[in-house]
Design a protein around this ligand. Structure first.
Ligand code: DNO
Length: 382
């Protein structure tokens, strides 16, 4: 399971009791771009090992915005990134997740969407998102990205909200900004978006490929596995290009720096938001480059809304996906690290404040269900 570090309300002991042997974590207190020192890495390893587990995967070693925009001190940040990788490998941690999403990481409009069983889920509602973009953020030129029907719907959606609901929407939409404990003013966000005005998808890909060509040879030499996280959701947002959305994107980024070290964090919940992504097929075709796995389900509708569903109940055919993963691991004779991604806020956790999607009990439910599925399938396949 993922652990956000000593400030995480979910403790390492909770994670151990969930039946985990490995932990996914990151040094969130180190500002993006700065080197992760051996001393800091060792401190974190010691915390995890004191609870009888291993730090098996880094999620994330974030990529500085200068690298994504290929501007400013990008070369220096790449060198610092390599130094962090070197230090991690030196300490024995060799699987590293990262993403190349400009400005924002994930995006949802509601982090407390009530499910029929009264647990709470994360939700992306397209009209609310468009209302945020057009009327709350007031991004210049945003209207050009939507159809007149979508704009009318968004206007109505906005009118249906109280001031409080509008505030919540604004806050939720910006939660995926790195360092989102801070309050982001409209001006700060618009200025960050503006920096991408001249960077389209083709150019951003060029910058990603350059970054990969710089880091992958060293990662390979160190026996590391780099795992890029797909964009969540997998399409352009707020005028920003997003370039890790489809199987073609995956193929291109793997071809840009061919190496066993160049790989993917196979996040089912992110990829499945696009019905044209064939998840079991991606495992079959790119399995050699799947270095880390996030198992999560979503339920989407024709309007472009989706909510995070129970792990075994949604548009991701978890049976087919896990079956392919087991076949892959058996074929290669390896065990790929995986974690249940997100979970509903439920039971006792309804009274607690946790990172959106990362309350303990809902994740434990997902983990237990997936573990059972994996156990049954492994027994059948071996
Ligand atoms: C959200 C996560 C992402 C992920 C990063 C990886 O819950 O899946 O924030 O950690 O995109 O770099």
């Amino acid at each position: 399971m993922r652990w956000f570090g000593p400030n995480d309300p979910v403790s390492l002991r909770d994670i151990r009791q969930a039946g985990c042997s490995g932990v996914v974590t990151a040094l969130h207190h180190i500002p993006v771009g700065e080197i992760w020192s051996i001393a800091e890495i060792r401190r974190r390893i010691a915390l995890v090992e004191a609870e009888g587990m291993r730090w098996s995967v880094v999620e994330s070693l974030p990529v500085h915005e200068d690298i994504k925009q290929q501007t400013g001190h990008y070369q220096q940040y790449i060198d610092q990134y390599k130094q962090s990788l070197y230090n991690l490998a030196y300490c024995g941690i060799k699987t590293v997740t990262y993403n190349f999403m400009p400005v924002l990481d994930w995006m949802r409009t509601d982090i407390a969407y009530t499910m029929p069983d009264t647990s709470l889920a994360l939700y992306f509602e397209r009209s609310a998102f468009i209302a945020f973009d057009l009327y709350l953020l007031q991004r210049p030129g945003a209207a050009a990205d939507y159809t007149p029907e979508e704009i009318t719907k968004a206007e109505l959606r906005l009118k249906s909200m109280t001031d409080r609901q509008r505030n919540t929407l604004y806050h939720n939409a910006l939660l995926g900004l790195p360092g989102s404990d801070e309050r982001f003013t409209k001006e700060v966000v618009l200025a960050a978006l503006e920096k991408y005005a001249h960077i389209d998808a083709a150019r951003l890909k060029q910058y990603l490929f350059y970054f990969l060509q710089q880091i992958i040879p060293m990662a390979e030499e160190l026996g590391m596995k780099m795992a890029i996280h797909p964009d969540d959701p997998p399409y352009p947002l707020l005028g920003l290009p997003r370039i890790v959305c489809t199987e073609t994107d995956i193929r291109e980024l793997l071809e840009a720096a061919p190496s066993p070290a160049n790989g993917l964090c196979f996040c089912t919940g992110s990829l499945a938001v696009r019905p044209d992504n064939d998840l079991p097929g991606i495992v079959r075709r790119y399995g050699d480059h799947i270095h880390f796995i996030h198992l999560r389900n979503i339920r989407r509708d024709a309007e472009g809304n989706f909510f995070e569903a129970d792990h075994l109940d949604g548009d991701v055919n978890m049976y087919a996906v896990v079956k392919e993963i087991i076949a892959l691991m058996q074929r290669k004779g390896i065990s790929i690290p995986m974690r249940p991604d997100h979970g509903h806020q439920m039971l006792d956790d309804l009274h607690k404040q946790t990172y959106p999607g990362y309350s303990a009990i809902g994740r434990l439910r997902g983990l237990a269900e997936i573990r059972g599925l994996e156990y049954g399938l492994s027994a059948m396949q071996s």
